[in-house]
Design a protein around this ligand. Structure first.
Ligand SMILES: C[S@@+](CC[C@H](N)C(=O)[O-])C[C@H]1O[C@@H](n2cnc3c(N)ncnc32)[C@H](O)[C@@H]1O
Length: 291
């Protein structure tokens, strides 16, 4: 399905609603995005096409017809979808100093950036999402080497690993008392994050817990980074307070620009002040400090 980029997200949801097992988004230019929805096809290609057109018309009517064009349905031979996404995964420069690099590609010896080698597997945190990039830029700007860091919902481990690599680059010894803490309730993601930490040779600098924030007990951290959702950030604000102290910085992401005010207002009432707000592709990063 060729779609106008403004409609990419809505049409991805539409394809999932219609029973797609997965949707692949390829941005070909600023005007053209191609969505590939993968279905177990029980009827003919023609019927599938009719079903998609009919459902779209029913939901959005004729006037939203221009959201997409060029719909084609074709049978594809079986492929290993768990590795297929790798083809589009390229090194991603983030901010001024970080490069998130697929772990299977060679690193150029001339590379000056801090290279975070990633194989996210099924975990969130490949570095392609704007909210991850905002957190990495936040780490680049606000992380002071040697301070205690808590990565809440570490997914692939990308943020904790970036902080650990900065410490390594600054020549800090992997002192246990300074360990970076990373928590994640999805145990498969924790295993992936541990592997990624070892890949980057910073396994000894990060301690991982297979836990949700609500169940996590630890001394306060100086820097907390949490890429969740606006709703989670609001629900978890008392836990953020419990795990911070006066002066601690929070890097909160995963919220959309339209949610900035509600999250900010909630945290202000909980004793945090705004330091900075950064936006990228409709997503926001809030940098807050505990007063
Ligand atoms: C959007 S991903 C962020 C992954 C990675 N930190 C990044 O920035 O790319 C959010 C992660 O938070 C985890 N998560 C969700 N609720 C959580 C909670 N209550 N406590 C800790 N982690 C949570 C999810 O399992 C998911 O892996």
């Amino acid at each position: 399905m060729e779609v106008s980029p403004d409609w990419g997200e809505i049409l991805s949801c539409f394809l999932f609603e219609q029973g797609a097992e997965g949707v692949h988004v390829r941005e070909e230019s600023s005007e053209r995005t191609v969505l590939a929805g993968y279905f177990f096809l029980e009827s003919s290609s023609d019927r599938m096409k009719k079903q998609l057109c009919g459902s779209w018309k029913e939901q959005y009517g004729g006037k939203k017809r221009s959201a997409w064009s060029g719909l084609s349905v074709a049978a594809v031979p079986p492929q290993d979808w768990t590795t297929e996404w790798r083809k589009d995964y390229r090194p991603i420069p983030v901010g001024k100093t970080i490069l998130v690099q697929p772990s299977w590609l060679p690193v150029s010896p001339a590379e000056k950036r801090t290279v975070v080698l990633m194989d996210p597997g099924n975990a969130f945190g490949s570095g392609t999402h704007a909210s991850t990039q905002l957190c990495l830029m936040g780490i680049e700007e606000f992380h002071r080497c040697g301070e205690t860091v808590l990565d809440i919902g570490c997914g692939s481990g990308v943020l904790a690993i970036a902080a650990a690599l900065r410490e390594e680059k600054a020549g800090l010894s992997p002192d246990a008392s300074r360990r970076i803490r990373a928590i994640e309730p999805d145990l498969d993601a924790v295993a992936t994050a541990r592997k990624n930490a070892r890949r980057n040779r910073v396994g000894g600098r990060i301690r991982f817990w297979g836990q949700s924030l609500e169940d996590f007990r630890s001394a306060p951290s100086s820097l907390i980074v949490a890429n969740l959702t606006a709703l989670d950030l609001i629900h978890l604000s008392s836990d953020m307070r419990r795990l911070s102290r006066a002066g601690s910085l929070l890097l909160l992401a995963g919220l959309e620009v339209r949610d900035i005010f509600s999250v900010l207002d909630h945290y202000r009432r909980g004793g945090f002040r705004k330091v900075k707000v950064r936006k990228r592709q409709g997503w926001a990063l809030l940098v807050l400090q505990r007063t």
